[in-house]
Each structure stands twice: as C-alpha cells, then as structure tokens.
Write a protein that binds this ligand. Sequence first.
Ligand code: PLP
Length: 230
Amino acid sequence: MSQTEISPIDTSNAGARLVAVQDHIARSAALAGRRGADVTLIAISKTVAAEGIVPLLEAGQRVFGENRVQEAEAKWPALRAAWPDVTLHLVGQLQSNKAADAVALFDAIHGVDRSSLVQALGKAMAAAGRRPDCFLQVNIGAEEQKGGCAIADLPALLAEGRAAGLPIVGLMAVPPAGVESAPYFALLAKLAKAHGLPRLSMGMSGDYETAVLLGATEVRIGAALFGSRG
Ligand SMILES: *Cc1c(COP(=O)(O)O)cnc(C)c1O
C-alpha cells in the first residue's frame, strides 16, 4: 500500500471520533486479554446541547452520561423519545434532595459516596419501584475537595447500601489530576475485587486506555468525543 492510500482519521467528525475511541478501547482491552465489548463507553455529554449530541446518536452511540440532574432533565426526555434505547448514567455528585429525580431519569448512578445519599436513594427506589445500578464513588487519592468516600469507610458504606436495597454493582473514582492515574486505577480494582464487586467505572479522555488495561468496565469520555468544553 502506498502512503497516499492511508487516510488519517477525521477528528472533526463525531462518528470518526467515536470510531477512534472505540478502536483505542479495543486495542487496550486486547493487550490485557479482554474483549472490547466488555468495556462500556459512556459518552459524557455534560454542557453539550442536544443538537451536539444528535450526531453521536446517529453514529450509533447509545450510552451517555451527565453530571447534573437538571441539565439531563432538560435535554434527555426529547432525545429519548427519538432514541428509546438510550441508557443514561449520572456521573456527578448528587444531592440527597435530588435522589428521586435521579432515580426516575437515570439507569445508573456513579456518585454514591455517603450515608445520607444511600438512605435517600433507598427511599426513592422503594417509592419508584425502579432500581438503577449504583457505583460507590471512592476518594481514591484522599483529596480534600473531591467527592467519594474514604477508602477506610468503604466497607461500612457498602454494607449500608446493600441493607438499603441499592443494587451496588461496582466502584467509581476520579484519580488526582496531573499525576499518573495507573496506581489509583490499580488500587480501585483491588478494592472492588476485595469486596466482590464486578464493575469498575474509571478512565476519562486523558487516561481511558490505561484504565482499560487495569480492568475498567465503564469508561467515561467527554472531550475525546465532543471536543474540549473550553
Ligand atoms: C466530565 C467528566 C468526565 C469526562 O471527562 P473528559 O475529560 O471530558 O473525558 C468523566 N467523569 C466525570 C465524573 C466527569 O465529571
């Protein structure tokens, strides 16, 4: 094949960006002896208007994530009317007084990190008869400002969540910015394994390949699909 036959990926196009990210996931999964299909790509569409999301839906993406309940309520009912097979994940911090709204709208909730929220979600799920998958968020780098429960508090929070009837499927974390993520991903994977939790929500645009190598089952990717939020 001559040089001119190799066409570079057109990264201005949502469909091409999606294919590129899927390809990177598949390669990392293969390196780790896993299948690309075992990793769920969550397209994080926070701050992206509905018309910016449509090209990705048209390209076949069906799993999306938002970090604010109100923003998701404004955008997704209309999009879901047109694409009913969409799965929606909440990846941001959740206030307890929004628990019922979150349970009504989302298929998975990634930011479960404290007792008051566990109790609010348990009540909301019982009332709604709807049980979105829950990920316990761990403050994996023990950072002051960041959401997530302390590693030491994880066993108690897990027990409380199970007692409250939450379907806890895995752990989620956002490692510290500006340092290598791999040790934090490895630590999260170890904690999940120790507690018998099968799923790991870890990896963003800058580090998802590393996350897949270390066992991520859901990667949360915004900028690499939609462009930087500026
Ligand atoms: C915004 C966000 C992401 C996506 O980050 P990118 O760097 O744009 O890929 C992932 N997870 C959480 C919790 C987020 O808030």
